[in-house]
Design a protein around this ligand. Structure first.
Ligand code: UD1
Length: 421
């Protein structure tokens, strides 16, 4: 447990560099299981979810080393085909190992992830795809067991929803299947293309990643690969939201602006000026933001669900009323009860949140409910008059690398302390 103590109402300005994307690094690290040999992955962020993934890779028999932001995974020898429950529980996304372990060893046993802070998070689309590739799938009593006799078989797989994790799992499993796999209604997130680039560097033949139809021509074996993870678009958008609601002006480097397009439109609608210069973004916010008529979270290239909470926090201070509809996860408004403690005026009705902007927030003592909700509370604290204390039980460390250092560099008055201090 840690606490972020924030003296708010200081305008953010200056520049910051954005770290590698957690949601790319996690599946790429898992995919190193099928890229047999030495994998060198650059721009890997220092996050607790990455540490949990490294622990799983080591348990499976890999030799893993980290030097600064480069992680090397030697997957020449795999000694296990199961992940113990305690390692699975450290990170919900560990289901991403399913396709990799199955296709490398012919068998895999995992405990099912179950629900988490933001929703139920079923894995039926993952299992359906793996079954279509020819695996025997048994899911009961909280355990999933998959087995295949020889190689998996390429086939057509239409996803009932463009699930990011299921697209990744199927892509990894199909890379060394016998024959061609065609995924339709695939997720189109930039992290899917990044994973495909990594697999292709290891010898895979994947075309169409980033589009709705992905074609994977299975190859016999993949080898170790070297790859640089794309920048984290969620982290970039979070710091833009922090700057925007303090009337700030910041430059973010190491971003791919095209990945942020659906989000930048919202910042512009709220009255910010956004300038793009290669891999840099400059945001200049007005003294007071305008409302945004309607934000509906959608699969990419729609507005990302992961940026819903940081942007909602920013809009609590806008002039006028903003509307948000969360369509992806069912429990993604837990942070709103805490935002109200700052004096924010928000009503939630099912999947809809109505935010009536107020001229100012006041500092509060709040508890972070989940990763992005936790960042939303930090953002509110940065904008609020007086002192804010955000208590966090490890959620924020899952997705933001040293946020107190980045924000301090941007003129925020924020300190992180351990709970016992
Ligand atoms: C990934 C991201 C997460 C992001 C989400 C949506 C990672 C590590 N995490 O999560 O940050 O919020 O994409 O952009 O990349 N669903 C099913 N059955 C399934 C799979 C998913 O019903 O088998 C549902 C989910 O409950 C959810 C929706 O589909 O309602 C989207 O989930 P999905 O795209 O799979 O998200 P994740 O891959 O878990």
């Amino acid at each position: 447990m840690c606490k972020y103590v924030i003296e708010g109402a200081h305008r953010l300005y200056g520049s910051a560099e954005i770290h590698g994307a957690k949601n790319s690094a996690l599946p790429i690290l898992a995919a190193s299981i099928v890229c047999k040999g030495m994998n060198v992955i650059h721009n890997c962020p220092e996050l607790s979810d990455i540490d949990a993934t490294v622990n799983i890779l080591r348990h499976l028999g890999c030799t893993v080393r980290r030097e600064n932001d480069t992680v090397t995974v030697d997957s020449s020898v795999i000694t296990q085909n199961g992940i113990p429950d305690d390692l699975m529980r450290e990170m919900r996304s560990s289901v991403i190992f399913l396709g990799a372990i199955l296709s490398r060893t012919g068998e895999v046993t995992l405990s099912t992830p179950g629900g988490c802070e933001i929703g139920l998070r079923p894995i039926d689309i993952h299992l359906d795809g793996i079954e279509k590739l020819g695996a025997e799938v048994l899911s009961e009593y909280g355990l999933v067991k998959c087995r295949t006799n020889g190689r998996l078989h390429g086939t057509k797989i239409n996803l009932s929803f463009p699930s990011v994790g299921a697209t990744e799992n199927i892509m990894i499993a199909a890379a060394t299947a016998d024959g061609v796999t065609v995924i339709t209604n695939a997720a189109r997130e930039p992290e899917i293309s990044d994973l495909a680039d990594f697999l292709n560097r290891g010898g895979a033949r994947i075309a169409g990643a980033g589009e709705s139809t992905i074609v994977i021509e299975g190859v016999r074996e993949l080898t170790g690969a070297e790859h640089t993870v794309i920048p984290d678009r969620i982290v970039a958008a979070s710091y833009l939201a922090a700057a925007a609601c303090t009337g700030g002006s910041v430059e973010l480097s190491n971003v791919i602006p095209a990945h942020l397009e659906p989000v930048l439109n919202v910042f512009e609608e709220s009255g910010c000026r956004v300038d793009v210069n290669g891999r840099k973004l400059v945001l200049n916010a007005p003294n007071r933001l305008k409302n945004v008529k309607m934000i509906r979270t959608m699969p990419y290239p729609g507005f990302p669900t992961d940026i819903q909470a940081p942007v909602a926090s920013m809009l609590t201070l806008a002039r006028g009323t903003s509307l948000i509809v969360e369509t992806i996860f069912e429990s993604r408004y837990k942070y709103i009860g805490e935002l109200v403690r700052f004096g924010a005026k928000i009503n939630v009705d099912g999947r809809m949140a109505v935010i009536e902007g107020v001229p100012s927030l006041h500092g509060a003592s709040v508890v972070s409910p989940d990763l992005r909700g936790g960042m939303a509370l930090i953002i509110a604290g940065l904008a609020a008059e007086g002192t804010t204390v955000v208590e966090d039980d490890g959620h924020i460390d899952r997705g933001y690398e040293f946020p107190e250092r980045v924000l301090s560099k941007l003129n925020a008055k924020i300190k992180r302390t351990d709970q016992d201090d």
